[in-house]
Design a protein around this ligand. Sequence first.
Ligand SMILES: *Cc1c(COP(=O)(O)O)cnc(C)c1O
Length: 302
Amino acid sequence: MERIIQNQFIGTFKNNIQLFIKREDLIHPFISGNKYRKLQYNLSKAKEENHAALLTFGGAYSNHIAAVAYVGKKYGFQTIGVIRGEELLSKINENPTLTFAQQNGMQFVFESREEYRNRHEMEYIENLRQKFGAFYLIPEGGTNDLAVKGCKEILTENDAEFDYICCCVGTGGTISGIIYSSHVNQRIIGFPSLKGDFLNGEIQKWVTKDNWELNNAYHFGGYAKINSELIEFMNDFFVQTSVLLDPVYTGKMMYGIYDLIEKEFFTANSKILAIHSGGLQGIEGLNQKLEKLKLPKIITNV
Ligand SMILES: *Cc1c(COP(=O)(O)O)cnc(C)c1O
């Protein structure tokens, strides 16, 4: 998958900070940029090992579930998605992510939150093998050594001019690939979209450099937690730049970057590259949720 991804100039801000965004979201209209990269080498391995099926895990709005279903269909694998939340079984048609996955041929196993916690247990996986036969297992969020390998290709030689690289963090695979191919004089800042202190340790499994940090101030209460301030920021950003963000990952990162510029966190005159890792497929489903919560909706056209 050779792709030329453009860095788009967003603007010059306080203290002459210049902000650019790498448009990984343009890799595919429905499949997140980073999910594509994380799956690429896994698919080659699954083919090499003659697997007929892929099995993975995810929640109701999961970009990873959508991506696995799509690439499975495209490259001739059956796909099985173990989905967190048994109540979703009767609501597939109301959920755009699951509907898309199903249309791409994915079979589902709906699990209670309790059962879903067993997903790392050998015995649990063995039961799935009994039920479905052999499959190539892709962990939740898609992060493994081959996923990190794919994410090493996000940064290119031309990105050496940036002082800071900012990216979203879920399981830490994407930032690990970015850290790997960064230069030591560049600072990598990760914005976790979930609460918890385990991520530093996860990332340290994959990287040896120390030119990175996580900023935990912008998770908005946890994974897929959204408030009107975030939505309003994203909508303003979209009106000004025509770049659509998603509320689970890239919206929180960009909110954080703007806030940190305002608070003079970045050295004056520096250049920042923010990675737009995609995630736009989730917006439709999340807008339904926002409507129910009577919160402002995400604008998707101007
Ligand atoms: C999954 C995802 C991430 C997080 O990637 P990790 O490798 O799990 O840290 C970031 N941005 C988007 C849009 C995603 O879908």
